[in-house]
Design a protein around this ligand. Structure first.
Ligand code: PBG
Length: 342
């Protein structure tokens, strides 16, 4: 058989031809990662100076001024938005998460600080969830050994309005209560904030990879006490990592309730879910490369087991390739710097 009769086959076809030169590899590149695809999660605390998070090397809890400066850095790196997470002092956490709806709480003061300095030139995204504020570390209110759904949703809707009124551009319900997106949309609209967008953590798994985040915001210690109240983990509201059909139902419901963008989390262990969500719905689909994913790569690199820069960019481009339009990642500034260097 001559090669001509099988034009699609070796030896006429040699896929290595387009891998031969760097310029050609660039031309045939299918997925591109840019700084414009990244969202930088930041931790704000009440203290003055920065404090590194032990389980997240290179990630710091910052003062409000520190976050305002980080937002400037994000802007200069071409990162479109930051996601702000408050570290609430233990003495301000209560069973009813009262501080979550206090218009002068830490995250609201931080939002106002960013808006004052940067206006609308950088996006501000905030979680809607009660876990930073509950003394038991759960994302909802507890009673009789149960995380209450509807009572929690009522508080979340108020929390979203408080965040919007402080100047948050995008509220991101990360609690996984049923019906919260619709309640938040209604509450925002009734408060005259139809301009504020909802990024729902639609498919959020009960994952072991959130450990370092819970250290960072201090909800790990709080959650340690939750077992005594009858709810030791988040498996009655966050999804079972075995399921993907259920993820699609979550996304469908959140979209029907008014979500503008949906999120899958964690990212690296859910690439199939990201792909199904994007291909099934064709809506803006974000993914969160969570704290444990970041910590694993940092730890392996620190042990001399892999090249951090290469692994960082590969992990992010893989999330984009799966179908994510944007990625929340603690690597955002480092990756943006590398991308700028080419
Ligand atoms: C809280 C929240 C969590 C994360 C984002 N928002 C933790 C959790 O659900 O326990 C995790 C982010 C990360 O691990 O980087 N609702």
């Amino acid at each position: 058989m001559s090669p001509a009769s099988f034009p699609g086959r070796y030896p006429a076809s040699r896929l290595r031809r387009t891998r031969r030169h760097a310029w050609l590899r660039r031309l045939v590149e299918e997925t591109r990662l840019t700084s414009g695809d990244l969202i930088w999660p930041l931790f704000v605390h009440e203290a003055e100076g920065p404090v590194e998070v032990g389980s997240l090397p290179g990630v710091w809890r910052l003062s409000i001024d520190g976050v305002v400066d980080a937002a400037a850095e994000a802007r200069s790196l071409g990162i479109p938005a930051v996601a702000i997470f408050p570290v609430v002092p233990a003495e301000r956490k209560t069973p009813d998460a009262a501080a979550a709806v206090d218009a002068d709480n830490l995250v609201c003061r931080c939002i106002r600080g960013i808006r004052q300095k940067h206006g609308d030139t950088i996006g501000i995204i905030c979680d809607v969830a009660l876990d930073p504020y509950t003394s038991h570390g759960h994302d909802g209110l507890l009673a009789n050994g149960e995380v209450l759904n509807d009572a929690t949703v009522a508080v979340l809707a108020r929390q979203a309005v408080v965040l919007a009124e402080a100047g948050c551009h995008v509220v991101a319900p990360s609690d996984m209560m049923d019906g919260r997106v619709g309640a938040i949309r209604t509450a925002l609209d009734e408060a005259g904030r139809s301009d504020v967008a909802i990024l729902s953590y639609a498919a959020k798994y009960a994952s072991a990879f959130y450990g370092p985040f819970r250290d960072a915001v201090g909800s790990a210690a709080a959650l340690d006490t939750a077992g005594d109240l009858g709810v030791a983990d988040k498996k009655t509201y966050q999804m079972n990592p075995s399921n993907t059909d259920e993820a699609l139902r979550e996304v469908a419901l959140d979209l029907a309730e008014g979500a503008d963008m949906v999120m899958v989390k964690p990212a690296g262990s859910s690439l199939d879910v990201i792909h199904r969500v994007k291909t099934s719905f064709g809506v803006p689909t974000f993914a969160y490369q969570v704290s444990g994913e970041y910590a694993m790569l940092q730890a392996a690199a620190a042990a001399g087991m892999l090249d951090l820069e290469a692994a960082m960019l590969e992990s992010l481009v893989a999330i984009r390739r799966a179908g994510a339009d944007a990625v929340l990642s603690y690597f955002a500034p480092a990756a943006a710097r590398l991308l700028a260097e080419g």
